[in-house]
Write a protein that binds this ligand. Structure first.
Ligand code: GLN
Length: 446
């Protein structure tokens, strides 16, 4: 299986460009070791998969799709990497992504542009665009991504997949290259709901190496799959269908919601009144955290160092000038400014207050409802090169996914069907640590 997978990727990835690099020898060695052991009781044993390029793999180059980390080989495994290895998973290579997960189209990668699996003129979404394209094109049955403001759910929506952003604290962030530490989570992208639940089972759980991982027992995420959803109380936020949402997306998502009613769920319209402030608050908070997290890339410790530096200051300056792309620099500047003494009250503090209001919006709805349903993205995939020159339009594309990260909730995107030949994503938002209910409802569509 691993041999076939590698051979197929070699052919198909010439065009798709989902992988930044392959780890063929290591994958074959792992597959052989699993064969020799002969224990296939774990569902992931011997199954090839792709991992996003911001998740550390011991001894194997991991770059976050940034030039500044080119050549960097971590000396440790991320906790999810360890868990995959222990499950017998076969990591075939690193999936392409936006540089340091900053973007929504995988076009900010230093290395290459990945294509949408359904239409090679369109973006695969992002930042986990390589992970999504690889799964949707059938190169691998599953991949891991990371989601700070939508980076698992949006590419899942753009490629017709199942993509889970788990509750904050569910999956260890140890070894995930930090973008915004209070928002980042790792999660699976798969073609089916069951696969997704199985992979989440394998990577979840408390980790003493991540102080924000939660000491809670991990249930079997597949335990409610197959149970009917009669009587379930589902909320649809009116703000998720307002301006900016395309007719195609709205039509498809409303049809999916009608299906939930046919299956016996009660569906009501509700309000999440602070939704409109989410994008602004996120871009302040995320940039602030990212600007701090990215200070470590100084040309001394990891990867690339500018060859022309004549002083220590030039090592920092020239390395960061040449090593970071435009989008990363934009966020470092925005974040550094928001955190500066003169701007803190007007920007960072305000954004943090809005975050609390958004959390309260969700709490109010979840007092009466089991889950929230709406579109994952305002539009369907757009053309490669079409929006990347306009950061503000790109940022607005995250309006429906960002609130979930700000509130730390689990969010699942599944396919709501196709419109005009391209997929539309349906987003299910759950109560904290209630991923099992999201899978239960998602499975009702399969
Ligand atoms: N598109 C969003 C951004 O650019 C989300 C990124 C992410 O979740 N990593 O910040």
């Amino acid at each position: 299986l691993t041999k076939e997978t590698l051979a197929n990727i070699q052919v198909t990835d010439e065009d798709l460009q989902a992988f930044v690099r392959m780890h063929a020898d290591e994958a074959l060695a792992k597959a052989r070791a699993v064969d020799e052991k002969g224990d296939f009781s774990n569902l992931l044993a011997g199954i090839p998969m792709a991992i996003k390029d911001n998740i550390a793999t011991n001894g194997l180059e991991t770059t976050g799709a940034s030039h500044i980390l080119s050549g960097f080989k971590p000396v440790y495994d991320a906790t999810v990497t360890t868990k995959l290895n222990d499950s017998g998973a076969v990591i075939v290579g690193k999936a392409n992504m936006d540089e340091f997960a900053m973007g929504g189209s995988t076009e900010t990668s230093y290395y290459k542009k990945t294509k949408n699996a359904w239409d090679h003129t369109k973006v695969p979404g992002g930042s986990s665009g390589g992970s999504a394209a690889a799964v949707a094109a059938g190169q691998v049955p599953y991949a891991l991504g990371s989601d700070t403001g939508g980076s698992i759910r949006q590419p899942a929506a753009f490629n017709g997949l199942v993509g889970m952003k788990p509750t904050y604290g569910r999956v260890s962030r140890f070894g995930l290259f930090a973008m915004a530490s209070s928002l980042d989570q790792i999660g699976p992208l798969t073609r089916t709901v069951k696969d997704n639940a199985f992979v989440l089972n394998a990577i979840s759980g408390f980790d003493k190496k991540d102080s924000t991982s939660v000491e809670l027992e991990v249930p079997d995420f597949a335990e409610k799959i197959g149970q009917d959803i009669k009587g379930m109380k589902i909320a649809v936020p009116e703000e998720y269908f307002q301006e900016g949402i395309s007719v195609e997306v709205a039509t498809q998502v409303k049809a999916a919601i009608a299906q939930l009613e046919d299956l016996g769920a009660t569906v009501d319209t509700v309000s999440l009144p602070h939704t409109q402030y989410g994008v602004a608050a996120y871009y302040i908070l995320m940039s602030s955290e990212a600007s701090s997290n990215l200070q470590r890339y100084d040309g001394i410790r990891y990867g690339f160092r500018a060859p022309d530096a004549k002083s220590l200051e030039e090592v920092y300056k020239n390395t960061r000038t040449a090593g970071f792309g435009d989008e990363v620099k934009r966020r470092i500047m925005l974040g550094t400014y928001s955190l500066s003494a003169g701007a803190y009250d007007a920007f960072f503090k305000k954004a943090a207050q809005i975050r609390t209001l958004i959390i309260e919006d969700f709490n109010q709805v979840f007092a009466d409802y089991d889950l929230i349903v709406g579109p994952t993205t305002p539009t369907q995939p757009y053309g490669i090169g079409e929006e990347i020159g306009d950061p503000k339009t790109m940022y607005l594309g995250d309006v429906l996914t960002i609130p979930v990260n700000l509130a730390g909730l689990p969010g699942l995107s599944i396919n709501a069907g196709f419109n005009g030949g391209m997929p539309v994503g349906l987003q299910l938002i759950g109560k904290p640590f209630d991923e099992a209910t999201l899978y239960q409802v998602a499975y009702a569509f399969e």
